[in-house]
Design a protein around this ligand. Structure first.
Ligand SMILES: [Zn+2]
Length: 388
C-alpha cells in the first residue's frame, strides 16, 4: 500500500515535471520564432508634412509605415515647434522614433533673416538675389554671428519639444561648387573644375577673417581652388556651426544628426565642403544616392565603407537610399530627381550598405516606394548581414 502510494506520488511528480518540461520547450520554440520574426535592420525614412493632413490621416500613414518596417522618421514640418509637438505626439503613439528634419544653411525669405546674411559667390553675387542653379538655392553665410544666433534659436525651440528625440540637420553645407555628375545635363553644365559662380563665400567678413588667419587675400588669388587653407577654412566654418549646435542640443538632452553627402573624402568635402567626420553628431545619414553620380548599387557599398571607416566606428552611419518613384518610367526620365533605386535594385542596395558596416538605412522617401519596392524591402531588411 505504501509502495502504491509512493508510485502514485512518483507518477504525479513525473507528470508535473513532464508538464514543466513541455511548457519550457514550447516557450523556447515560441521565443526563438518570435526572435526570428522580430529581427530587422533599423530603418528610418525622410518624410515631409503635415500640409493639410488631419491627425487621423497622419496616424494612418504612420501606422502603415510602422507595420511595413519603418522604425523612425526624419520629419520635415517647417520651423514651428508646435508642428513637431502635434505630429511627434502621433509618431510616439504609433511607436516611431521622431527627429525634426530642418534645413540649416538653406533659408528662404524670412522676416527674421536679413538679406546681408546670405553667402556671396566668387563674382560678388549674393545667394539672396542671385542664387546658383535654382531659385531656392539661398544659402546663408556660415561665418556670421547673426546667422548662428538665428539657427540656435530656431533649433533650440524645436529641441525643447518633448516628442522630438533629435534634430536632423540638412543642407548643412555650402552650395555645390561642383555638381554631382548625374546633374550636369539637367543644368547644361560641365563642372570639371570650380567656377566662381558656384564658389562661396566671398563676403567681406569671410575674406577678411581668412586674410587674418592665413595672410592670404583670396580675392587676388588667380585660382582659389588651388589654395588648400581656403578649402579648410570653409570646412571649418561648417564644422563649427554643427559643433556649436550639437552642444546646445545635447544640453537639452536631445540627439543631433545630419544628412550629408557621400564620403566624406570622395564626394562631400570636394563638392559641398562638408568634413563630416569631424562633426560632434550622434549619427550620420549620408545620401548615398547612386543615380546622381551615375553609379550602381556596388558604389553604395564603397561609399558606405568609406564613411564607416572615417567615423572610426564612433558613431553609427545610416545609408540614405534614393527610391525611384515610377520604376516603369525611369529610362524615359531625364531628371535625376525621378531616377533612383528600382524594386529589383533595392535588396542589393541594402545588402551593400549593411555588409559595409552601416547601422541601418534611411529611405528617401517611404512615399516613393511602390508595392514592388516594399515586397523586396520586406525580405531584405529581415536578413542578417555579415560585415565584409
Ligand atoms: Zn561669408
Amino acid at each position: 500500500m505504501r509502495k502504491l502510494v509512493f508510485i502514485v506520488i512518483n507518477n504525479h511528480q513525473k507528470q508535473k515535471t513532464m508538464n514543466k518540461l513541455i511548457t519550457l520547450i514550447i516557450a523556447m520554440i515560441l521565443f526563438s520564432c518570435n526572435n526570428k520574426e522580430e529581427y530587422k535592420i533599423p530603418v528610418y525614412g525622410w518624410l515631409g508634412g503635415p500640409g493639410e493632413l488631419s491627425d487621423q490621416e497622419i496616424r494612418e500613414e504612420f501606422r502603415d509605415l510602422k507595420a511595413r518596417g519603418i522604425d523612425g522618421l526624419m520629419y520635415n514640418g517647417g520651423q514651428d515647434a508646435e508642428t513637431y509637438h502635434r505630429v511627434g505626439t502621433i509618431a510616439k503613439e504609433e511607436g516611431l522614433k521622431f527627429h525634426a528634419w530642418i534645413p540649416t544653411m538653406l533659408q528662404r525669405d524670412n522676416p527674421k533673416i536679413k538679406p546681408e546674411w546670405y553667402a556671396v559667390n566668387g563674382l560678388g553675387e549674393s545667394a539672396f538675389d542671385k542664387p546658383a542653379y535654382v531659385d531656392y538655392y539661398k544659402f546663408l553665410c556660415p561665418n556670421k554671428d547673426e546667422v548662428y544666433d538665428f539657427l540656435s534659436d530656431m533649433y533650440g525651440a524645436v529641441a525643447e519639444v518633448p516628442e522630438v528625440e533629435g534634430i536632423h540637420l540638412d543642407y548643412i553645407r555650402f552650395p555645390d561648387v561642383i555638381l554631382a555628375r548625374g546633374l550636369w545635363d539637367k543644368y547644361g553644365l560641365v563642372m570639371d573644375v570650380e567656377y566662381p559662380d558656384y564658389d562661396y563665400c566671398y563676403c567681406d567678413k569671410c575674406v577678411a577673417d581668412f586674410k587674418e588667419k592665413s595672410g592670404i587675400d583670396i580675392k587676388v588669388v588667380e585660382d582659389p581652388s588651388e589654395v588648400q587653407e581656403w578649402k579648410q577654412f570653409r570646412y571649418d566654418l561648417i564644422t563649427s556651426i554643427v559643433n556649436r549646435l550639437a552642444e546646445e542640443v545635447h544640453a537639452k538632452s536631445k540627439q543631433i544628426n545630419a544628412a550629408v553627402f557621400p564620403g566624406p573624402n570622395s564626394v562631400a568635402k570636394k563638392i559641398v565642403r562638408q568634413e563630416w567626420d569631424k562633426w560632434a553628431i550622434d549619427a550620420a545619414f549620408p545620401m548615398n544616392y547612386n543615380d546622381f553620380y551615375l553609379e550602381g548599387t556596388e558604389w553604395i557599398g564603397k561609399v558606405t565603407k568609406e564613411g564607416v571607416m572615417a567615423l572610426n566606428d564612433e558613431i553609427p552611419l545610416y545609408s540614405g537610399l534614393f527610391i525611384c518613384p515610377n520604376p516603369e518610367r525611369k529610362t524615359q526620365e531625364n531628371d535625376p530627381e525621378n531616377h533612383g533605386l528600382l524594386p529589383g535594385e533595392l535588396e542589393a542596395a541594402i545588402r551593400a550598405s549593411m555588409e559595409n558596416g552601416a547601422a541601418g538605412i534611411c529611405l528617401f522617401t517611404p512615399r516613393r516606394m511602390t508595392e514592388a519596392h516594399w515586397k523586396s524591402f520586406e525580405v531584405a531588411v529581415k536578413k542578417q548581414y555579415d560585415i565584409r
